[in-house]
Design a protein around this ligand. Sequence first.
Ligand SMILES: [Zn+2]
Length: 317
Amino acid sequence: MEFRTHIAAIAAASCLCAGVSRAQGAKISALPTQPQPGAIVRLTLSDPTRGDSIVSIRGALADEPLHFRRAGSNTWRAIGGIPVDKEGVLFANAVVQRASGKTEITRVRFDLPKIPPPVAQPLEVDSSFTRPLDAATQARVDRENARAREVGKAAHERAPMWTASFIRPRNSVITSEFGSGRLFNGQLTARHLGVDFRGAMGEPVKAANRGVVALIDNFFLAGNVVYIDHGAGVVTSYFHLSKTLVHVGEVVKRGQVIGLVGNTGRVTGPHLHWAARYGANTVNPLDLVRIGTWYTAPASTPRTAAIPRTPASPPRR
Ligand SMILES: [Zn+2]
């Protein structure tokens, strides 16, 4: 609810009402400038203004709040997620509040590419996989998707828990990339919204970073799943496990073995499907690895930060 209010405030601020000016001071920029669907973007807010310090920054991208953190004396950083199904123009917005009471708005525009038709990747699958789901099963899948989205949204309420870069959950070969198409018995199906790692039954699956186990269940498509809430809107999830080795509420370390490779759910054989979300939006988990330590709290910051009451954590002076 707080998050909705937050978005509404930014929308209202965008009308350039009295007392609100276009930013001449603070300015937001993004990398990459032309992100792919499901990309994680790095947002930098720079402020050359002297003598009127910034007391808070609230931001949003694709209906998800941004969590700016200070990266220097006049620089703040946030990460955001590009939706997998969005084409055309998208903006990341930031509302900057100064000590004087002045408010500034800055935004950066993304021109998203046309979503390419999926590239076929032949798979030999039992024909039961290609048949439409019956109503009860479809309802179950919808419920499970809704729960996964809720885990993503809830991750905005927690301060970032990681102090080192994200790592791959397995060292093995990637057998299917994010966004690649799927061909089931000659029929093209939805894009692949995760990354598959090779693995034999019972091989270890590691937590990509420090976080709290938010969900463990057996899902129709994903089989035995573990979802880890890393805070700051970031969630990673691990599918098709033969065994889970953690419990809900447990704080897991980066690299901790959280489960074993399996073939539960809708799969052709044992492997790990690794997925990630920024809020409700599914993103490419390898982008979390690619950002390295760009958006990582120094190890000296408190390890168990308090849960922020507002979606964006205001910088402290
Ligand atoms: Zn997969």
